[in-house]
Write a protein that binds this ligand. Structure first.
Ligand code: NAD
Length: 347
Protein backbone atom coordinates (compact mmCIF):
# COMPACT_ATOMS: atom_id res chain seq x y z
CA UNK A 1 0.00 0.00 0.00
CA UNK A 2 1.13 3.59 -0.65
CA UNK A 3 -0.01 5.92 2.14
CA UNK A 4 -0.16 9.70 1.87
CA UNK A 5 0.37 11.15 5.35
CA UNK A 6 -0.41 14.84 5.82
CA UNK A 7 1.30 16.59 8.75
CA UNK A 8 3.87 13.80 8.93
CA UNK A 9 6.55 16.07 10.43
CA UNK A 10 4.34 16.77 13.45
CA UNK A 11 4.20 14.95 16.76
CA UNK A 12 1.66 12.22 15.91
CA UNK A 13 2.31 12.18 12.14
CA UNK A 14 6.01 11.46 12.66
CA UNK A 15 5.22 8.69 15.16
CA UNK A 16 2.82 7.22 12.57
CA UNK A 17 5.49 7.32 9.85
CA UNK A 18 8.14 5.76 12.10
CA UNK A 19 5.64 3.00 12.89
CA UNK A 20 4.72 2.43 9.23
CA UNK A 21 8.36 2.29 8.17
CA UNK A 22 9.41 -0.02 10.99
CA UNK A 23 6.44 -2.39 11.20
CA UNK A 24 4.91 -2.54 7.70
CA UNK A 25 6.06 -2.81 4.09
CA UNK A 26 4.01 0.21 2.96
CA UNK A 27 5.41 3.26 1.16
CA UNK A 28 4.81 6.66 2.69
CA UNK A 29 4.52 10.11 1.14
CA UNK A 30 4.77 12.76 3.83
CA UNK A 31 3.17 16.09 2.87
CA UNK A 32 3.97 18.81 5.38
CA UNK A 33 4.13 22.60 5.26
CA UNK A 34 6.74 22.61 8.06
CA UNK A 35 5.10 25.22 10.22
CA UNK A 36 6.74 26.01 13.60
CA UNK A 37 5.29 22.61 14.71
CA UNK A 38 6.94 20.54 11.96
CA UNK A 39 10.19 18.86 12.99
CA UNK A 40 12.11 16.74 10.47
CA UNK A 41 14.50 15.57 13.19
CA UNK A 42 11.71 13.26 14.30
CA UNK A 43 12.08 11.44 10.95
CA UNK A 44 15.86 11.14 10.74
CA UNK A 45 15.63 7.40 11.44
CA UNK A 46 13.49 6.84 8.31
CA UNK A 47 14.33 9.73 5.99
CA UNK A 48 16.82 7.81 3.80
CA UNK A 49 14.55 4.81 3.39
CA UNK A 50 13.61 4.12 -0.28
CA UNK A 51 9.94 3.65 0.77
CA UNK A 52 9.80 7.16 2.30
CA UNK A 53 9.19 10.40 0.35
CA UNK A 54 8.90 13.91 1.70
CA UNK A 55 7.05 16.78 -0.02
CA UNK A 56 7.26 20.24 1.51
CA UNK A 57 3.75 21.41 0.63
CA UNK A 58 0.80 23.28 2.16
CA UNK A 59 -2.38 21.16 1.99
CA UNK A 60 -4.18 24.39 0.98
CA UNK A 61 -2.19 24.42 -2.29
CA UNK A 62 -4.67 22.51 -4.42
CA UNK A 63 -2.57 22.36 -7.59
CA UNK A 64 0.41 20.91 -5.74
CA UNK A 65 -1.81 18.45 -3.86
CA UNK A 66 -3.34 17.31 -7.18
CA UNK A 67 0.20 16.72 -8.46
CA UNK A 68 0.96 14.62 -5.36
CA UNK A 69 -2.08 12.38 -5.94
CA UNK A 70 -1.26 11.98 -9.65
CA UNK A 71 2.43 11.34 -9.08
CA UNK A 72 2.23 8.93 -6.13
CA UNK A 73 -1.18 7.26 -6.72
CA UNK A 74 -1.87 6.67 -2.99
CA UNK A 75 -4.11 3.84 -1.77
CA UNK A 76 -4.89 5.70 1.44
CA UNK A 77 -4.66 9.11 3.09
CA UNK A 78 -3.93 9.63 6.77
CA UNK A 79 -4.87 13.27 7.34
CA UNK A 80 -3.08 14.69 10.37
CA UNK A 81 -2.00 18.15 9.12
CA UNK A 82 -3.53 20.74 11.41
CA UNK A 83 -2.91 23.67 13.66
CA UNK A 84 -3.12 21.90 17.01
CA UNK A 85 -2.46 24.19 19.98
CA UNK A 86 -5.54 25.45 21.85
CA UNK A 87 -3.79 28.50 23.41
CA UNK A 88 -2.60 29.69 19.97
CA UNK A 89 -6.14 29.30 18.62
CA UNK A 90 -7.37 31.68 21.31
CA UNK A 91 -4.83 34.42 20.53
CA UNK A 92 -5.09 33.97 16.73
CA UNK A 93 -7.57 31.65 15.10
CA UNK A 94 -6.96 32.50 11.40
CA UNK A 95 -4.46 29.72 10.69
CA UNK A 96 -6.79 27.23 12.41
CA UNK A 97 -9.68 28.15 10.13
CA UNK A 98 -7.40 28.08 7.09
CA UNK A 99 -5.61 24.77 7.63
CA UNK A 100 -8.10 22.78 9.68
CA UNK A 101 -11.27 23.77 7.80
CA UNK A 102 -10.30 25.17 4.38
CA UNK A 103 -7.30 22.83 4.10
CA UNK A 104 -9.42 19.78 4.91
CA UNK A 105 -12.07 20.91 2.38
CA UNK A 106 -9.45 21.35 -0.37
CA UNK A 107 -7.86 18.00 0.46
CA UNK A 108 -11.26 16.29 0.37
CA UNK A 109 -11.97 17.78 -3.05
CA UNK A 110 -8.59 16.73 -4.43
CA UNK A 111 -8.98 13.25 -2.94
CA UNK A 112 -12.53 12.98 -4.35
CA UNK A 113 -11.44 13.89 -7.90
CA UNK A 114 -8.57 11.40 -7.71
CA UNK A 115 -10.78 8.67 -6.19
CA UNK A 116 -13.57 9.12 -8.76
CA UNK A 117 -11.07 8.49 -11.56
CA UNK A 118 -9.84 5.19 -10.05
CA UNK A 119 -11.00 1.78 -11.28
CA UNK A 120 -14.00 0.33 -9.34
CA UNK A 121 -11.70 -2.16 -7.57
CA UNK A 122 -9.26 0.57 -6.49
CA UNK A 123 -12.15 2.84 -5.49
CA UNK A 124 -13.35 0.17 -3.08
CA UNK A 125 -9.92 -0.26 -1.55
CA UNK A 126 -9.18 3.48 -1.12
CA UNK A 127 -9.41 5.01 2.39
CA UNK A 128 -9.42 8.61 3.60
CA UNK A 129 -8.66 8.57 7.33
CA UNK A 130 -9.32 11.79 9.23
CA UNK A 131 -7.52 12.10 12.56
CA UNK A 132 -9.40 14.22 15.07
CA UNK A 133 -9.73 14.97 18.75
CA UNK A 134 -12.11 14.29 21.63
CA UNK A 135 -12.22 18.07 22.18
CA UNK A 136 -14.93 18.29 19.49
CA UNK A 137 -17.38 16.94 22.12
CA UNK A 138 -16.85 19.85 24.55
CA UNK A 139 -16.50 18.85 28.19
CA UNK A 140 -18.04 16.40 30.65
CA UNK A 141 -19.35 16.46 34.18
CA UNK A 142 -16.45 16.87 36.64
CA UNK A 143 -16.50 14.77 39.85
CA UNK A 144 -15.97 17.89 42.02
CA UNK A 145 -19.10 19.48 40.52
CA UNK A 146 -21.29 16.41 41.08
CA UNK A 147 -19.74 14.31 43.85
CA UNK A 148 -22.23 11.42 43.95
CA UNK A 149 -23.19 11.15 40.30
CA UNK A 150 -22.21 8.51 37.77
CA UNK A 151 -19.71 10.18 35.45
CA UNK A 152 -20.36 10.08 31.70
CA UNK A 153 -17.83 9.38 28.92
CA UNK A 154 -17.58 10.54 25.31
CA UNK A 155 -18.90 7.88 22.94
CA UNK A 156 -19.09 7.89 19.15
CA UNK A 157 -22.68 9.15 19.58
CA UNK A 158 -21.83 12.13 21.80
CA UNK A 159 -23.12 15.43 20.39
CA UNK A 160 -20.58 17.96 19.16
CA UNK A 161 -20.13 20.99 21.46
CA UNK A 162 -16.63 22.43 20.85
CA UNK A 163 -15.42 25.16 23.22
CA UNK A 164 -12.26 26.64 21.66
CA UNK A 165 -11.45 27.93 18.17
CA UNK A 166 -9.18 24.86 17.83
CA UNK A 167 -11.87 22.33 18.72
CA UNK A 168 -14.48 24.20 16.65
CA UNK A 169 -12.18 24.04 13.62
CA UNK A 170 -11.62 20.31 14.14
CA UNK A 171 -15.37 19.76 14.59
CA UNK A 172 -15.97 21.56 11.28
CA UNK A 173 -13.44 19.36 9.54
CA UNK A 174 -15.04 16.19 10.99
CA UNK A 175 -18.42 17.30 9.58
CA UNK A 176 -16.90 18.01 6.17
CA UNK A 177 -15.25 14.58 6.06
CA UNK A 178 -18.51 12.80 6.93
CA UNK A 179 -20.42 14.88 4.37
CA UNK A 180 -17.96 13.86 1.63
CA UNK A 181 -18.76 10.26 2.49
CA UNK A 182 -22.52 10.71 2.61
CA UNK A 183 -22.76 12.94 -0.47
CA UNK A 184 -20.02 11.59 -2.75
CA UNK A 185 -19.35 8.14 -1.31
CA UNK A 186 -15.68 8.92 -0.55
CA UNK A 187 -14.54 6.01 1.69
CA UNK A 188 -13.71 7.90 4.87
CA UNK A 189 -13.02 6.82 8.45
CA UNK A 190 -12.87 9.29 11.36
CA UNK A 191 -11.00 8.84 14.65
CA UNK A 192 -11.40 11.03 17.74
CA UNK A 193 -8.60 10.61 20.25
CA UNK A 194 -7.79 11.93 23.70
CA UNK A 195 -4.63 13.85 24.69
CA UNK A 196 -1.41 12.31 23.44
CA UNK A 197 2.03 12.51 25.00
CA UNK A 198 5.43 11.04 24.13
CA UNK A 199 8.69 11.69 22.25
CA UNK A 200 9.02 14.70 19.91
CA UNK A 201 5.93 16.51 21.23
CA UNK A 202 6.36 20.28 20.81
CA UNK A 203 7.52 22.01 23.97
CA UNK A 204 4.51 24.35 23.92
CA UNK A 205 2.27 21.41 24.96
CA UNK A 206 1.48 20.68 28.62
CA UNK A 207 3.70 17.67 29.44
CA UNK A 208 6.83 18.72 27.48
CA UNK A 209 6.52 22.27 28.85
CA UNK A 210 6.41 20.99 32.42
CA UNK A 211 9.42 18.70 31.85
CA UNK A 212 11.49 21.39 30.08
CA UNK A 213 10.69 24.13 32.61
CA UNK A 214 11.36 21.85 35.58
CA UNK A 215 14.75 20.81 34.20
CA UNK A 216 15.64 24.49 33.63
CA UNK A 217 14.46 25.50 37.13
CA UNK A 218 11.70 27.67 35.62
CA UNK A 219 8.12 28.13 36.89
CA UNK A 220 5.59 25.36 36.16
CA UNK A 221 2.47 27.36 35.19
CA UNK A 222 -0.81 25.60 36.06
CA UNK A 223 -4.12 27.00 34.79
CA UNK A 224 -6.66 27.70 37.56
CA UNK A 225 -6.47 25.11 40.34
CA UNK A 226 -5.04 22.41 38.06
CA UNK A 227 -8.13 20.30 38.63
CA UNK A 228 -9.07 19.93 34.94
CA UNK A 229 -9.25 16.25 33.98
CA UNK A 230 -7.83 14.84 30.75
CA UNK A 231 -7.51 11.32 29.40
CA UNK A 232 -3.91 10.59 28.35
CA UNK A 233 -2.67 8.18 25.67
CA UNK A 234 0.95 7.36 24.79
CA UNK A 235 1.51 8.43 21.17
CA UNK A 236 2.77 5.00 20.03
CA UNK A 237 -0.46 3.42 21.27
CA UNK A 238 -2.38 6.04 19.28
CA UNK A 239 -0.57 5.30 16.01
CA UNK A 240 -1.10 1.55 16.45
CA UNK A 241 -4.81 2.29 16.84
CA UNK A 242 -4.76 4.51 13.74
CA UNK A 243 -3.16 1.76 11.67
CA UNK A 244 -5.73 -0.79 12.90
CA UNK A 245 -8.59 1.56 12.03
CA UNK A 246 -7.08 2.30 8.61
CA UNK A 247 -6.62 -1.36 7.70
CA UNK A 248 -9.50 -3.06 9.56
CA UNK A 249 -12.03 -0.32 10.33
CA UNK A 250 -15.34 0.05 8.53
CA UNK A 251 -15.82 2.78 5.96
CA UNK A 252 -18.11 5.58 7.13
CA UNK A 253 -17.54 4.70 10.79
CA UNK A 254 -16.08 6.73 13.64
CA UNK A 255 -13.79 5.26 16.31
CA UNK A 256 -13.03 6.90 19.65
CA UNK A 257 -9.49 6.23 20.88
CA UNK A 258 -8.48 6.74 24.51
CA UNK A 259 -6.09 5.56 27.16
CA UNK A 260 -8.48 4.98 30.06
CA UNK A 261 -6.16 7.28 32.02
CA UNK A 262 -8.15 10.15 33.50
CA UNK A 263 -5.80 12.46 35.40
CA UNK A 264 -6.09 15.92 36.94
CA UNK A 265 -3.53 18.29 35.43
CA UNK A 266 -1.95 18.90 38.84
CA UNK A 267 -1.50 15.15 39.36
CA UNK A 268 0.24 14.89 35.99
CA UNK A 269 2.69 17.57 37.19
CA UNK A 270 3.22 15.76 40.51
CA UNK A 271 4.04 12.58 38.53
CA UNK A 272 6.54 14.49 36.35
CA UNK A 273 8.19 16.04 39.43
CA UNK A 274 8.55 12.65 41.13
CA UNK A 275 9.94 11.00 37.98
CA UNK A 276 12.44 13.79 37.42
CA UNK A 277 13.66 13.52 41.00
CA UNK A 278 14.27 9.81 40.37
CA UNK A 279 15.57 9.98 36.77
CA UNK A 280 17.54 13.26 36.93
CA UNK A 281 19.21 12.85 40.32
CA UNK A 282 21.97 15.37 39.58
CA UNK A 283 19.56 18.24 38.83
CA UNK A 284 19.78 20.90 41.59
CA UNK A 285 16.05 20.53 42.31
CA UNK A 286 16.44 16.75 42.77
CA UNK A 287 19.61 17.07 44.83
CA UNK A 288 18.40 19.79 47.11
CA UNK A 289 14.74 18.98 47.60
CA UNK A 290 15.26 20.11 51.20
CA UNK A 291 16.96 23.38 50.27
CA UNK A 292 15.03 24.27 47.06
CA UNK A 293 11.86 22.39 47.92
CA UNK A 294 12.17 19.97 44.98
CA UNK A 295 10.54 20.39 41.56
CA UNK A 296 7.10 20.89 43.14
CA UNK A 297 8.30 24.24 44.55
CA UNK A 298 8.35 25.53 40.94
CA UNK A 299 4.55 25.15 40.56
CA UNK A 300 2.75 28.48 39.99
CA UNK A 301 -1.03 28.72 39.66
CA UNK A 302 -1.97 31.17 36.86
CA UNK A 303 -5.24 32.63 35.57
CA UNK A 304 -7.37 29.94 33.93
CA UNK A 305 -7.67 29.69 30.14
CA UNK A 306 -10.95 31.23 28.88
CA UNK A 307 -13.54 28.57 28.06
CA UNK A 308 -11.34 25.89 29.62
CA UNK A 309 -12.99 22.46 29.40
CA UNK A 310 -13.34 20.78 32.82
CA UNK A 311 -13.17 17.10 31.98
CA UNK A 312 -12.56 14.84 28.99
CA UNK A 313 -12.96 11.08 29.16
CA UNK A 314 -13.24 8.59 26.32
CA UNK A 315 -15.28 5.41 26.10
CA UNK A 316 -13.02 3.37 23.79
CA UNK A 317 -15.05 0.17 23.98
CA UNK A 318 -15.95 0.23 20.27
CA UNK A 319 -12.35 0.06 19.00
CA UNK A 320 -11.50 -2.41 21.77
CA UNK A 321 -14.32 -4.78 20.91
CA UNK A 322 -14.55 -4.40 17.12
CA UNK A 323 -10.85 -4.08 16.32
CA UNK A 324 -9.27 -5.72 19.35
CA UNK A 325 -7.13 -2.67 20.17
CA UNK A 326 -5.89 -1.91 23.68
CA UNK A 327 -3.25 0.59 24.80
CA UNK A 328 -0.03 -1.21 25.71
CA UNK A 329 1.36 1.49 27.99
CA UNK A 330 -0.03 2.49 31.37
CA UNK A 331 0.21 6.18 32.25
CA UNK A 332 3.20 5.41 34.50
CA UNK A 333 5.11 3.36 31.88
CA UNK A 334 4.36 5.85 29.08
CA UNK A 335 5.37 8.81 31.24
CA UNK A 336 8.59 7.08 32.25
CA UNK A 337 9.49 6.55 28.57
CA UNK A 338 8.58 10.16 27.82
CA UNK A 339 10.60 11.67 30.66
CA UNK A 340 13.56 9.44 29.77
CA UNK A 341 13.33 10.54 26.13
CA UNK A 342 13.26 14.24 27.04
CA UNK A 343 16.19 13.78 29.41
CA UNK A 344 18.21 12.05 26.68
CA UNK A 345 17.31 14.60 24.01
CA UNK A 346 18.14 17.56 26.24
CA UNK A 347 21.53 16.19 27.34
P1 NAD B 1 1.38 18.99 15.52
O1 NAD B 1 1.04 20.43 15.69
O2 NAD B 1 2.51 18.42 16.30
O3 NAD B 1 1.72 18.70 13.98
C1 NAD B 1 0.97 19.22 12.92
C2 NAD B 1 1.77 19.06 11.64
O4 NAD B 1 0.97 19.58 10.56
C3 NAD B 1 3.08 19.86 11.63
O5 NAD B 1 4.14 19.06 11.13
C4 NAD B 1 2.78 21.03 10.69
O6 NAD B 1 3.94 21.49 10.00
C5 NAD B 1 1.78 20.40 9.74
N1 NAD B 1 0.91 21.39 9.09
C6 NAD B 1 0.23 22.41 9.69
N2 NAD B 1 -0.45 23.11 8.76
C7 NAD B 1 -0.22 22.51 7.57
C8 NAD B 1 -0.65 22.76 6.24
N3 NAD B 1 -1.46 23.78 5.95
N4 NAD B 1 -0.24 21.93 5.26
C9 NAD B 1 0.60 20.88 5.53
N5 NAD B 1 1.06 20.62 6.77
C10 NAD B 1 0.65 21.42 7.77
O7 NAD B 1 0.05 18.19 15.77
P2 NAD B 1 -0.17 16.75 16.40
O8 NAD B 1 -0.23 16.86 17.87
O9 NAD B 1 0.79 15.81 15.77
O10 NAD B 1 -1.65 16.43 15.88
C11 NAD B 1 -1.87 15.80 14.62
C12 NAD B 1 -3.35 15.65 14.40
O11 NAD B 1 -3.92 14.85 15.43
C13 NAD B 1 -4.12 16.97 14.41
O12 NAD B 1 -5.10 16.92 13.42
C14 NAD B 1 -4.74 17.02 15.79
O13 NAD B 1 -5.95 17.74 15.77
C15 NAD B 1 -4.99 15.55 16.05
N6 NAD B 1 -5.00 15.16 17.47
C16 NAD B 1 -3.97 15.52 18.29
C17 NAD B 1 -3.98 15.12 19.64
C18 NAD B 1 -2.85 15.47 20.57
O14 NAD B 1 -2.97 15.24 21.79
N7 NAD B 1 -1.72 16.01 20.09
C19 NAD B 1 -5.04 14.35 20.12
C20 NAD B 1 -6.07 13.99 19.24
C21 NAD B 1 -6.02 14.39 17.91
Amino acid sequence: MKILVTGGAGFIGSAAIRYLMQHTAHSVVNVDKLTYAGNLTSLVSVSHHPRYHFEHIDICNRAEMARIFTQYQPDAVMHLAAESHVDRSITGSGDFIQTNIVGTFLLLETAREYWQALSPVKQKQFRFQHISTDEVFGDLLHPDDAPNQVLPFFTEQSPYAPSSPYSASKASSDHLVRAWHRTYGLPVIVTNCSNNYGPYQHVEKFIPLMIANALAGKALPIYGKGDQIRDWLYVEDHVKALYKVLTEGEVGETYNIGGNNEKRNIDVVFTICAMLEELAPSNPYSLASGHLGGFRSLIRYVEDRPGHDRRYAIDASKIQQKLNWQPEETFESGMRKTVQWFLKSSS
